[in-house]
Design a protein around this ligand. Structure first.
Ligand SMILES: NC(=O)c1ccc[n+]([C@@H]2O[C@H](COP(=O)([O-])OP(=O)(O)OC[C@H]3O[C@@H](n4cnc5c(N)ncnc54)[C@H](OP(=O)(O)O)[C@@H]3O)[C@@H](O)[C@H]2O)c1
Length: 272
């Protein structure tokens, strides 16, 4: 890959997205960052400009609605920015029994995890192919490889992203455009605290910076898949060797029992 690309990162005001922005900035790439909070996004952009001397453009974008995605595409077009690298990172999780979760929240989750990557890819991939360079870095999850009970839609969305990424990667073979999917496990970021989980660093957690560095390195080396951290690698290995009918229980034991966390019961509704 050549340097001085223009890299669009969604959800770049915190966590993995912000750390990926630091990685691309270290390469001298120009950044186009989206976030929903004006103050934190402006602070992140200023910090990146000062530390790395790169050009940083920011857009406030709500990607949980189709209208918000359309607005972002319009803003980028109006600014005449050519996107060389697209990082589909923005996302959030909802946790609880599917039967009782709020449909409006589920629609936003599906929109941010499926519709936004699809529409942004549709908009920017043809240009990358025409120029014969660039790529897409999608942020999946270890749940891309297994069911995710009590996060059923989230897990399904991340599985969709894995299939989408690997399919495009094969279609793009020989074009000079790369597609990589980064599949982290439990990563210390606001993603988890928003969901009510207050993890301490442990053998199964990774930091946002560790995840981003591994993902950026894998993307620059045109890897198909990056699973950062030994615990996540072990988890993904388990999904490949266990019978399909066991995978729901596998998640239950690894995500809840092993960590001493209670899984939500049907009577509890939306709980962490
Ligand atoms: N942390 C983990 O354990 C973990 C594990 C596997 C995969 N992931 C994936 O990693 C990605 C980044 O998550 P993170 O851990 O870095 O969490 P994070 O710190 O909460 O960052 C998520 C980013 O996405 C943005 N976002 C969320 N909902 C949005 C919406 N509706 N419209 C626009 N932007 C939205 C957030 O913006 P606001 O700050 O404005 O909300 C934030 O910038 C996500 O796709 C997540 O699914 C995380």
């Amino acid at each position: 890959m050549t340097s001085a690309r223009t890299v669009l990162i969604t959800g770049a005001n915190s966590g993995i997205g912000l750390e990926l922005a630091r990685c691309f900035a270290r390469d001298g790439d120009a950044l186009v960052l989206t976030g929903r909070d004006t103050a934190t996004l402006a602070a992140a952009a200023e910090d990146l400009r000062r530390a790395h001397g790169v050009m940083v453009t920011t857009f406030i974008a709500e990607l949980g609605t189709d209208a918000g995605i359309t607005a972002l595409l319009g803003d980028i077009a109006a600014a005449k920015l050519e996107i060389d690298v697209l990082v589909n990172n923005a996302g959030f999780g909802i946790h609880g029994n599917f039967t009782t979760l709020d449909s409006a929240e589920e629609l936003a989750l599906t929109t941010v995890h499926l519709l936004a990557p699809w529409r942004l890819t549709k908009a920017y991939l043809p240009g990358m192919v025409a120029r014969g360079r660039g790529g897409i870095l999608n942020i999946g999850s270890i749940y891309s490889f297994s069911p995710a009970p009590w996060q059923a839609l989230y897990g399904a969305a991340k599985s969709w992203l894995l299939s989408f990424s690997l399919s495009l990667r094969e279609e793009l073979n020989g074009t000079g455009v790369n597609v990589t999917i980064l599949c982290p496990g439990t990563t210390l970021s606001r993603f988890r605290t928003r969901n009510g989980h207050h993890d301490r660093p442990s053998w199964f957690t990774t930091t946002s910076a560790e995840v981003a560095v591994a993902g950026h390195r894998g993307f620059c080396r045109s890897r198909a898949l990056v699973v950062p951290g030994i615990a996540s690698k072990f988890y993904v290995f388990g999904t490949h060797v266990l019978p399909t009918s066991w995978l729901g229980r596998y998640v239950y034991y690894t995500a809840y029992r092993l960590r001493g966390m209670p899984a939500p019961r049907l009577s509890e509704g939306k709980k962490s």
